[in-house]
Design a protein around this ligand. Structure first.
Ligand code: BGP
Length: 468
């Protein structure tokens, strides 16, 4: 048996997001996700949409209490732009939205759960996509900053830790390159680069507003820093992995922490005539307004190789530089199709420590989605998800090692608390510590939730069986 003790005041909890949990009740606007579901419900597993999600809008009290029972000292969710803001041009708030988030904050405070509030979780107001072209538009950056200012002004007195975006890369990748999130474009390379730049700028301008309005708080950005591992050490595969690392990871990481963009990548984008358009003032804002901390979402590694065919599309795309590599004998979560590779946490931690000035960070999402979990229910009605406990144990052991090696990591958030809705997969794969019965709305803590309670209460990971 081995006991791994985590640093004092470590954050223990989970993350969720407004669009995946609240339901669309009372919102003054539709997000791109709401609109996607209204337009193409057949894209979603079992036809389940964000309209109902997990009904957190009505059940937040019960859900927070269950989180407390699972030992949470912290919880991240996102404020929906489409709920908080009534007038998207001026940033004037919607009274019902204000009241909901106030009640949520009060309840979390009463329970001693520190809320981390995120501002954007893939959920742009749809009308801004229609009217302006969404994140391709510089005007939308200003509108986002107005929304951010409203949120900081209303809630910054009680919530001190914020994040500007969750996984902005996914918005470009899934929406503009690979076609699996609305607006489902494929290989619109030049547009994707502009979208990425505008989100990096929006984040910097929100950081600036935050530091003015909430001087005692701290603000970060949540990035999916999925490491890119080459197939082998051949030069062409190394080059493919290097490109992927720069485009998919370092673009946002450099902008957020260093206030600049990777030089080699910018040169390539310029050569290809797809570099973003930016004013000097805006570039100065990026350089002057870096984040206080990073949230790292980690689920799986990315294994890449040089392209095995020649790129045929007319338009430039990052997909021209690499293709995915299926490593033989990799461990896989068959439900989500993602490789399981906890060691990547150490690699991410080393990059942050050695190349990003050891900026404080926390593991802001990590988890395992599993289908048909009801088959693991015992007679008492509890889902015995020992596979999830084993998954977390392995990842936490790596995280603990990284901290021993000097990583400035201040917390661990699982994905997720109560089973929640997901983008394409809706309720197919369940991730929560708390099971949701969609037919009755009832919630039941899973075995992993009990396990997490002990972990959080003792600040110690106890490993019975050491196979690491
Ligand atoms: C992350 C997102 C989350 C969540 C999670 C699980 O990328 O930030 O919102 O959805 O992935 O992935 P999925 O729901 O696609 O299985």
């Amino acid at each position: 048996m081995m006991n791994l003790v985590f640093p004092e005041h470590f954050l223990w909890g989970a993350a969720s997001s407004g669009p995946q949990s609240e339901g669309s009740f009372q919102k003054p606007h539709a997000s791109v996700m709401d609109y996607w579901f209204q337009t193409r419900p057949q894209d979603f597993y079992d036809g389940a949409g964000p309209d109902m999600a997990s009904d957190f809008y009505h059940r937040y009290r019960e859900d927070l209490r269950l989180m407390k029972e699972c030992g949470f000292n912290s919880f991240r969710t996102s404020i929906q732009w489409t709920r908080l803001i009534q007038d998207l041009e001026t940033g004037a708030p919607d009274p019902d939205g204000v009241s909901f988030y106030n009640r949520l904050i009060e309840e979390a405070q009463a329970l001693g759960i520190q809320l981390i509030l995120n501002l954007h979780h893939f959920d742009l107001p749809e009308v801004l996509l229609e009217q302006y072209g969404g994140w391709e538009s510089r005007h939308v950056v200003d509108l986002y900053v107005r929304f951010a200012r409203t949120a900081f002004t209303l809630f910054g007195d009680r919530v001190s830790r914020w994040t500007t975006f969750n996984e902005p890369m996914v918005i470009a990748e899934a929406g503009y390159l690979d076609g699996f999130h609305w607006p489902k474009y494929k290989n619109r390379g030049k547009a994707s680069v502009q979208v990425m730049y505008h989100m990096a700028l929006a984040s910097a301008l929100a950081v600036k507003a935050f530091h003015e309005l909430v001087p005692d708080g701290s603000i970060g950005i949540i990035l999916n820093l999925t490491p890119a591992y080459p197939k082998d050490a051949q030069a062409e595969h190394l080059a493919a992995a290097r490109f992927v690392e720069q485009f998919y990871n370092r673009f946002f990481l450099d902008a957020a922490v260093k206030g600049s963009f990777p030089k080699e990548l910018l040169e390539e984008l310029r050569r290809q005539a797809v570099l973003f358009t930016a004013s000097d003032d805006d570039l100065a804002a990026v350089s002057e307004n870096t984040v206080d901390f990073i949230g790292v979402n980690y689920y799986h590694p990315r294994r890449v190789q040089a392209r095995t065919d020649s790129w045929q599309e007319a338009e430039w795309s990052p997909n021209a530089y690499f293709c995915d590599y299926e490593m033989p004998n990799r461990r896989i979560n068959p439900y989500r199709g993602w490789e399981i590779y906890p060691q990547a946490i150490g690699d991410i931690a080393d990059v942050i420590k050695n190349e990003y000035n050891n900026i404080p960070w926390y593991l802001s999402e990590n988890g395992m989605g599993v289908e048909h979990e009801a088959r693991f229910m015992n007679e008492a009605g509890v889902i015995c998800d020992d596979y999830r406990i084993a998954f977390y144990e392995e990842h936490l052991a790596q995280l603990h090692q990284a901290i021993q090696n000097g990583a400035a990591c201040f917390g661990f958030h699982a994905w997720t608390a109560v089973d929640c809705w997901s983008w394409n997969n809706a309720y197919k794969n369940r991730y929560g510590f708390i099971a949701l019965d969609r037919s009755t709305g009832s919630r039941t803590i899973k075995q992993s939730g009990r396990w997490f309670r002990k972990l959080a209460d003792t600040n110690t990971l106890t490993l019975e069986d050491i196979t690491l």
